[in-house]
Ligand binder design. Structure first.
Ligand code: GLU
Length: 513
């Protein structure tokens, strides 16, 4: 069903790099918008100047771009509801908070940090937790407890003040339907009189978030579970403004591979897997953390892995292109409980995507990786290597671990254990015969090599194990790998024979030890 007015937003705070959980939030928002023919917005929530990190906004935009998550409206993309950076929207917040002050839903509070500290300590002494709310605000220094003259005087003396939301005097249940969790009921008594405007005149997250979601006509707020406790306050704010609230959907946490607790950057460092989409250089320490991109992930594989981390289609399917995911995605299939991250599963997704692509389509990427390693290969060579190796790796760069693809193995490269077990006294003779046979094959192509090889074994009454494995050892130094007929074709007759000869000599040295 296409509903015209679906508008969702991804609203990161530029306080550091985007964690993979943030990318998942962006992805689910994006898919939901696409599934409904709606719009996906990127809003930058940068009201907290103390936590602002240089470069974080650009990082978010570039990371989403690498993933292939396109933004319909927002910073850079533009749109009719801008500006999309909260630091440029202060007039909206001032106007909104004036309304709340006038209607009596907000008030000025003049308590100094020291005074608040005293109240906190007093409560602690009584084994209580101080909360600025209906019960305590009468005893604090604010525009409700002071008379109009006192307030005026404080303002004139330029006393610092903040603006707080006024929670209801009588506790009430705030009930709303979460699109994932169903009915949620939280008592207003657990919500304190949250700060809406700070002493520096800037709005807090809560005020800016609600004002913007309303102004940008957001239909569904899809965000992480950590924001669930804020939802009742947001609902009370919408009510106070006299606005309809959007629908809410709170996504489950992404859990550590052990399943215990939220996945953090430290888990990635310890487990050797990335937690950021792309490389991040900490501007303070200069420390570089690699991302999924640098670890060799195909962006679609990374997104597919995130898609399945908290959502399922209700059947066994696991591989979805972005278009297929947009068709299949519904919020009611997002799980409520935490989703455990598995580094192995992430790799598995990359393997699936690697193998589903044609060697020709990966050739350019492969050539680039090769030249970064000082290897000069052309596209025919790249395609042949990919044909042999794609099934055997999780990442394109792992192909370079097979050094023998690019140069003949030397003494130390031979698998000594295999040589001991499989290279017999008579093996060099078999290899000499093979060399003769190779000279007679035409064309020197895998199929032809294979059939001649088989006929040769029959004629000599030899088994595969006696000849094929030693051939592999001589050509590659290894006991396993792709088809040796394919590899011989790739090398060509001349190189195959010279490798065979040098392999026999090197192995003889090894055996002589
Ligand atoms: N700025 C908040 C964050 O960094 C956004 C929360 C929300 O989506 O409401 O996650």
């Amino acid at each position: 069903m296409i509903s015209k007015n679906v508008r969702v937003r991804f609203a990161p705070s530029p306080t550091g790099p985007l964690h993979m959980g943030g990318v998942r939030t962006a992805l689910y928002n994006y898919l939901f918008a696409k599934s409904k023919g709606g719009k996906f917005l990127l809003r930058i929530e940068d009201t907290d100047q103390t936590r602002y990190v240089e470069g974080a906004e650009e990082y978010v935009r570039e990371a989403l771009e690498w993933c292939g998550i396109e933004i319909d409206e927002g910073v850079v993309a533009g749109g009719d509801f801008g500006p999309y950076r909260q630091s440029e929207r202060n007039s909206f917040y001032r106007e909104a908070v004036e309304k709340l002050l006038e209607s009596g839903h907000a008030y000025m509070a003049f308590d100094t940090p020291e005074e608040l500290d005293i109240m906190r300590k007093e409560a602690e002494g009584k084994k209580e937790v101080f909360q600025y709310d209906a019960k305590t605000r009468g005893g604090c220094k604010n525009s409700l407890s002071l008379n109009a003259d006192e307030v005026e005087e404080l303002i004139e003396s330029e006393a610092q003040y903040i603006i707080r939301f006024m929670t209801p005097d009588e506790a009430e249940d705030i009930v709303f339907t979460d699109e994932i969790r169903g009915e949620v009921c939280i008592s207003s008594a657990v919500v304190d009189d949250k700060v809406l405007v700070k002493a520096d005149g800037l709005p807090t997250y809560h005020l800016a978030n609600v004002v913007d979601d309303h102004a940008m006509e957001i239909s569904h707020v899809i965000r992480g579970e950590e924001w669930l406790p804020s939802a009742p306050l947001h609902i009370m704010l919408y009510r106070a403004f006299g606005w309809d609230s959007p629908k809410f959907a709170h996504l489950p946490l992404i859990l550590k591979p052990t399943g215990n607790g939220k996945l953090s950057k430290r888990d990635g460092d310890a487990g050797g897997f990335p937690v950021f989409p792309t490389e991040w250089e900490d501007p303070e320490t200069g420390k570089i953390s690699i991302g999924y991109r640098e670890a060799g992930y195909i962006p679609q594989a990374f997104l597919n892995m995130l898609l399945m981390l908290g959502w399922n289609p209700g059947d066994e399917r696991e591989i979805f292109s972005l278009e297929e995911a947009a068709q299949a995605f519904t919020l009611d299939r997002v799980v409520k409980s935490g989703a455990r991250f598995s580094p192995d599963k992430a790799k598995w997704f990359n393997e699936q995507y690697l193998r589903s692509q044609s060697p020709a389509s990966l050739a350019n990427d492969f050539i680039e990786l090769a030249s970064e390693r000082g290897l000069n290969i052309n596209s025919t060579e790249a395609i042949s290597i990919l044909k042999m190796m794609l099934e055997r790796v999780s990442f394109l760069h792992e192909i370079f671990e097979a050094k023998w693809l690019f140069e003949a193995p030397k003494y130390n490269d031979f698998n000594a254990k295999m040589v001991r077990k499989k290279w017999k006294a008579e093996t060099p003779l078999y290899m000499a015969d093979l060399k003769e046979m190779f000279l007679s094959i035409s064309p020197f192509e895998a199929e032809e090599i294979e059939s001649k090889f088989k006929a040769h074994l029959e004629e000599k009454e030899l088994g595969f194990g006696q000849v094929l494995l030693p051939l592999r050892l001589a050509l590659t130094g290894e006991g396993g790998g792709p088809s040796m007929f394919d590899f011989a074709e790739y090398l060509g007759r001349e190189k195959t024979i010279s490798r065979l000869e040098s392999g026999v000599l090197e192995i003889a040295k090894l055996k002589a030890e």
